[in-house]
Design a protein. Structure first.
Length: 318
């Protein structure tokens, strides 16, 4: 889960050999990507100023607009890149795909092909050196630090072997991938700045720092809580042998993704939870389009299987 400027050879983990427990060797060289560090510093300074403007100067219409962008950005990641394309947990019609590609572009966390590839690597090699945001490296690393250093060789090696041919064959995803930078700049920064200024007279600097920068950083940190908080804090009712946890706070911030012990146990369930619509805006979104006949083949886990999993392998916190 990363913004576009961190992809490629210049993001994630340490240089060095992998070890069985997923931690980098003590003598592995940490190579900081200063470009990413500087970009994030300026973005966070701008976001802090945007937070001030949000409460001090922004119009009420701008508040509503920011909230709408936050939800749309989140759904572009959760319902789109994550549940639809990374896990293939349901099928969507072209209109729904178009909406999700648009929402995902607003989020600016890598194009869907790259995001889904990295997420498939994360699930297949979770908490090892091949995991882009290996939580065994500590909270800061799993939250944001992995974007500030170069990738561990295992991340690149294992990632190159992940099959994403299904994603590359999708015309919408191929288009987004090809034109991602101009699309992301337009939908993440330019339009969120121009629209409030043009339609309801918001000050241009308020629109930029609040609707673009502050909202963008807010969504990034919400997404990153799944990599950090939801891999370290919470209960493990489905599988106590893995790190991912059930974290209600993360669920609130990420429109439904914090039921993480469940998700890593049953990654193909489109609900990412056994609780249906409970604190799960993403599932509500998918079910809404399902009621219109625009979403199909929603995969779910049989309740008996869930109960057996909890009784045999969970921590009994349920």
């Amino acid at each position: 889960m990363a913004p576009r400027f961190s992809v490629g050879d210049e993001s994630s983990d340490l240089q060095g050999l992998s070890v069985p427990n997923g931690r980098a060797k003590p003598n592995a060289k940490l190579e900081i990507v200063w470009r990413n560090v500087i970009i994030f510093i300026f973005l966070h300074i701008g976001a802090c100023y945007g937070a001030y403007l949000f409460f001090a100067e922004a119009m009420w219409k701008t508040w509503i607009f920011v909230f709408g962008l936050y939800i749309a950005s989140g759904l572009g990641i959760t319902a789109g890149a994550h549940r639809l394309w990374a896990h293939k947990s349901y099928k969507a019609s072209n209109p729904v795909k178009f909406i999700l590609v648009l929402f995902n572009t607003i989020a600016l966390q890598n194009d869907i092909i790259e995001w889904a590839r990295d997420h498939r690597v994360h699930h297949k090699f979770s908490e090892t050196d091949a995991d882009p945001h290996n939580a065994t490296r500590g909270f800061f690393f799993s939250h944001i630090g992995w974007l500030l250093v170069r990738k561990h060789p295992d991340v690149k090696e294992k990632g190159s072997k992940i099959d994403v041919s299904d994603l590359k064959a999708d015309p919408m995803l191929a288009f987004q991938h090809r034109y991602y930078i101009p699309l992301a700049i337009t939908f993440c920064f330019i339009l969120p700045t121009v629209l409030p200024w043009y339609f309801w007279g918001e000050k241009i600097h308020v629109a930029y720092f609040v609707c673009a920068v502050f909202r963008y950083i807010l969504v990034l940190h919400a997404t990153w809580t799944i990599n950090s908080f939801a891999h370290m804090f919470g209960m493990r009712p489905y599988d106590k042998s893995i790190n991912p946890r059930q974290n209600v706070a993360c669920t609130l911030f990420t429109v439904g993704e914090g039921w993480h012990n469940y998700h890593h146990t049953f990654p193909y369930d489109y609900r990412a939870s056994e609780h249906g619509w409970l604190i799960n805006v993403t599932t509500i979104f998918i079910d809404f389009f399902g009621s219109l006949g625009l979403v199909s083949d929603r995969k779910v886990v049989n309740q008996d299987m869930i109960d057996r999993q909890k009784s045999r392998f969970g921590d009994h916190s349920h």
